[in-house]
Write a protein that binds this ligand. Sequence first.
Ligand code: HMG
Ligand code: MG
Length: 302
Amino acid sequence: MALPAHVKIVDVGPRDGLQNEKQPVPAAVKIELVHRLQQAGLSQIEVTSYVSPKWVPQMADNAEVMAGIARQPGVRYAVLTPNLKGFEAALASRPDEVVVFGSASEAFSQRNINCSVAESIERFAPVVQAALAAGITVHGAMSCTVGCPYEGDVPPRRVDYLAGLMKGIGVQHIGVCDTIGVGTPLQVQRALEATLRHYPLHEISGHFHDTYGQALANTLACMQLGVSQFDTSVAGLGGCPYARGATGNVATEDVVFMLQGMGIDTGIDLELLVDAGRFISQHLGRPPQSRAATALLNRRAG
Ligand code: HMG
Ligand code: MG
């Protein structure tokens, strides 16, 4: 299989990246981050989530952040909506895409969204219906497609099962997520193949956390099977509050550097992207968790 000529990058930094920050990040900083990402050429940004503020306080300013964004034509703004309550709250913010998020493992489903996998599908079904009726695209994220922080290894048949359920309720696009970043390339390819039983390649994206340093290799392994869309996080921000010790998604800068070097178009300006990563990293008081960004910043300084 030839590698894709174009790869779509969705930056999930404002949501997945910041949701686990202990100190509140002001809405104005989140808005500025979104502005910088769109200036850098990102065509889709996962901005926030409409979840319980008791569970994830950092995302409690969802409506304020969405309202504060000066939207750029051609850019799509996505938000997480775990149930109808979240979707109804999100609707006023006019998202282009909503994300329902389930888990291939039962234990993570219980910890993350407080229900079983089967119950989660019952909660998602009315969200999907309402979103489609409103002309909003629905993305389904499948967590723990290779490993679970509570159950260990997750076999591909669990991914097959969840992808089939997501397809059955009308979810249009599906994400194969390695929540805790334990997957290695062949394992991730197996999870992808299980997903391919239900979704075509162009409706599948990869979402790889980089806890064990495997995310870039996993990205390439998926591209070799024809995947051309990935969630990444500027400056490698992030982690999930219900996956202790898991670090952020693969850094957007690292993926863009790799793709540029391979002659694969992303539409992203790497220097402006590095600036966006530096902006949020300075706010958080730590260096960007991106090898490419660090190297480029060192080169500028030198
Ligand atoms: P629940 O307790 O089962 O829900 O929570 P409930 O319907 O029984 O309601 C309980 C309370 O929550 C009520 O409030 C509801 O009003 C409120 P109370 O009466 O106690 O004051 N509530 C809500 N409030 C705001 N927005 C809502 C909402 N729904 C209920 N949408 C729920 C279920 C999903 C809400 C909860 O478990 C939750 O918020 N969990 C947080 C999930 C989360 O944000 N996790 C991190 C993101 S997922 C992730 O990072 C993985 C991903 O990146 C992919 C990967 O890497 O694997 C996507
Ligand atoms: Mg994630």
